[in-house]
Design a binder for this molecule. Structure first.
Ligand SMILES: [Fe+2]
Length: 365
């Protein structure tokens, strides 16, 4: 609750009932007024013309209301006072502790049956939330007992967001063949990688359903990229630095397109937490740096890719017909063992932002 306030030059300091205080710039406070003159409650959008606000705006009058639940401020050059709640100030405090995300960075032996779920369960509200929690925590999950066609892929994708369209289409089915210009369509072992390093906005989730399996081998491989990043950060800071700083170029050439993008293999967010893993040795395009940095880069990817191909970090599982693998392509690398025989798969991509939105709506951090 708000106990008192102090006006400073261009800023206001709020003293709370626990005797802690926080200072906010006046321009920031004025910019965040939510009343019918400044905010469209139907669209949840600001209507204030921020550029028209005086940068030196001052408090003319202020009073604390409802035992500190609100403060009412009349700004200079304005006629109508505006309200701010204690909760709003608290929510936007610089001292607010970051909510610890429920993430578990794993190696092979950490994954048992916790990632399996049944299709019928995820159709319930509780089950669906559980699925999101698992994808959030481990970076992947497997849904069992799905129909062996695109209907189940479509149904699950629609619950999360919408199917993303790409050069591979929206919803797709494929059997090993050489019609596409991509390694995913062959039956050689596919080493762990993330998809679309050539896209500025790589797909967030990939859904992969096994429709038919009359083959030998072809096990799906999952590797927690964040676990590798954590290991390298702990044991080899200079390689970690190289992997977080070197922008690697990816390209897709074929099927009438030429896509290119670049970003570091381990991308950090502004709080220095792991944000995105982008590693695809198949799609890496030529790029130059100084010769020393280039040599350092090769040393660093040697370590990264060696770990990614080590059984300690690989979860391997042969998907049975009706099993659907969902994974976060911004975190978990995927691969597939060599196989012979018939293996028919279906799937789709979902944007990362739509998965994040779905998690927020379901109160999953
Ligand atoms: Fe792939």
């Amino acid at each position: 609750m708000i106990k008192d306030f102090k006006t400073l030059k261009n800023k206001t300091s709020f003293i709370f009932k626990n005797n802690k205080f926080e200072t906010f710039p006046n321009i920031w406070l004025r910019d965040h007024v939510k009343n019918k003159e400044n905010w469209d409650f139907k669209t949840n959008q600001r209507t204030t013309f921020t550029a028209n606000i005086d940068l030196n705006i001052k408090i003319r009058k202020a009073k604390i209301l409802e035992n500190g639940k609100y403060i009412e401020i009349l700004w200079s050059n304005e006629i109508k006072p505006v309200r701010y709640s204690y909760n709003f100030l608290k929510e936007n405090s610089l001292k607010k502790k970051e909510i610890k995300k429920d993430l578990y960075y794993w190696k092979n032996t950490d994954i048992k049956n916790q990632i399996f779920m049944s299709y019928n369960h995820i159709l319930t509200k509780k089950g669906f939330k559980n699925l999101l929690k698992k994808i959030n925590k481990y970076g992947f999950a497997v849904v069992r007992n799905c129909s062996k066609d695109l209907n189940s892929v479509k149904k699950i994708a629609k619950k999360i967001g919408y199917v993303r369209n790409s050069i591979f289409g929206g919803l797709w089915t494929f059997e090993s063949n050489n019609k596409k210009a991509d390694s995913a369509y062959s039956n050689q072992e596919l080493r762990p990688h993330t998809d679309s390093t050539y896209s500025n906005d790589a797909p967030g989730l990939q859904l992969l359903l096994c429709c038919k399996y009359k083959a030998k081998g072809g096990d799906s491989i999952m590797v927690d990229g964040f676990k590798l990043a954590e290991e390298i950060k702990k044991k080899n800071t200079s390689y970690f630095k190289t992997l977080t700083k070197t922008k690697v170029k990816g390209s897709y050439i074929g099927d009438g397109v030429r896509l290119e993008a670049e970003r570091p293999i381990i991308k950090l967010n502004n709080k220095n937490n792991f944000d995105q893993i982008s590693f695809n040795n198949y799609d890496r395009a030529p790029f130059r740096d100084t010769n020393q940095k280039t040599i350092n880069f090769y040393k660093a990817i040697k370590l990264f890719d060696t770990l990614a191909n080590h059984q300690k970090y690989q979860w391997r599982h042969i998907l049975k017909p009706g099993e659907l693998l969902i994974f976060n392509n911004w975190r978990v690398m995927h691969g597939r063992g060599a196989f012979s025989g018939i293996r028919k798969m279906a799937g789709c991509y979902i944007n990362k932002e739509d998965f994040d939105s779905c998690c927020r709506i379901n109160n999953i951090n």
